[in-house]
Design a binder for this molecule. Structure first.
Ligand SMILES: [Fe+2]
Length: 308
């Protein structure tokens, strides 16, 4: 069992409104501190990011990319507890089979509750983050859910339409011409849903809804899941094509609709560019310049930078 309860009302608005549900993963053996520390011990370099960021409310957003070096999982926890950073364990289902099985179980139970919720390209990440850590305003391309395991965080969710998410901006994210961060104004908060998430609670929000997250004053452990459905994939292709038409031909007023006569030509155009290699995503090189160090005042030390 993953969910404590899944009501008719939750089912009715799944995908179109923000849904907050009670789950039981915070009690699951795979998400207890010791299990996660052991997981981190041998987590492959190719599958994690360590990042530090500015404090909430700081005038400028900034990021740094780091490494855990030879720190053990227990030492990573200790450093994160005293710093302002996180470790993001990506594609956990590819690293450890037990999490892959659990991920299937989670989506099976969602489909059981929401008939027709057929998903593929499912993904699980685990985020261990510091007191006061934050995730800047951004949108994600696949369907998203956030499952809280430990600590509390405040999630700000914004409408998935302009001015919060102008079409040209999400097209750029899809084309890989920018990172997931998009333009943010503090007044957007007047239109945000602000939801505090406690252990045993999860959120599923409308596709691409921009969001930002602030941890409260304690260590946080959260799970992120991603998925595609046929509609998500079509939406991706339509916006991909719109982005190509906008940037190469200067077209305006491109519809993101996933029905109507333009959908198939757009899907074909997107496929031609994406798989024909016509659109070369500018690979963004990240430079690693710090290492986790549990005994340092902020849990990290600077190292000579190198490309990840
Ligand atoms: Fe996100």
């Amino acid at each position: 069992m993953i969910f404590r309860q899944f009501t008719k009302q939750d089912r009715a608005v799944w995908g179109s409104q923000t849904v907050k549900l009670q789950h039981m993963l915070h009690e699951h053996p795979l998400f207890q501190d010791d299990a996660l520390k052991t997981l981190i011990d041998d987590y492959p370099r190719s599958h994690y990011n360590v990042n530090t960021m500015s404090q909430p409310g700081a005038p400028r957003a900034f990021w740094r990319e780091g490494e855990k070096g030879d720190a053990t999982g227990a030492e990573v926890f200790e450093a994160i507890e005293k710093g302002r950073m996180w470790i993001n364990l990506r594609k956990v289902m590819d690293v450890d089979e037990r999490y892959a099985e659990l991920l299937d179980e989670m989506f099976d139970e969602m489909r059981l509750n929401v008939p027709g919720f057929e998903t593929f390209k499912r993904n699980m990440g685990i985020l261990v983050s510091s007191p006061g850590a934050q995730v800047y305003y951004h949108c994600d391309i696949p369907g998203q859910s956030l499952w809280q395991v430990k600590g509390r965080k405040r999630v700000y969710l914004y409408p998935n339409t302009a001015p919060f998410l102008p079409e040209p901006e999400i097209e750029k994210v899809i084309l890989g011409e920018t990172e997931e961060e998009i333009h943010y104004e503090p007044w957007f908060d007047n239109y945000a849903e602000v939801i505090e998430l406690a252990p045993g609670e999860m959120l599923h929000w409308p596709l691409n809804a921009p969001h930002r997250v602030e941890n409260l004053d304690m260590l946080n452990i959260s799970i992120t899941t991603e998925h595609y459905t046929k509609d998500v994939r079509t939406q991706y292709a339509v916006r991909y094509a719109n982005g190509v038409l906008r940037s190469r031909l200067g077209l305006q007023n491109l519809s993101p609709r996933i029905d109507g006569p333009m959908v198939y030509p757009k899907m074909a155009l997107a496929a031609a560019f994406k798989f024909g290699g016509l659109q070369k995503a500018r690979a963004m090189k990240r430079m690693v310049d710090f290492r986790i160090a549990k005994d340092a005042p902020e849990g990290l030390v600077d190292i000579p930078e190198y490309a990840l």
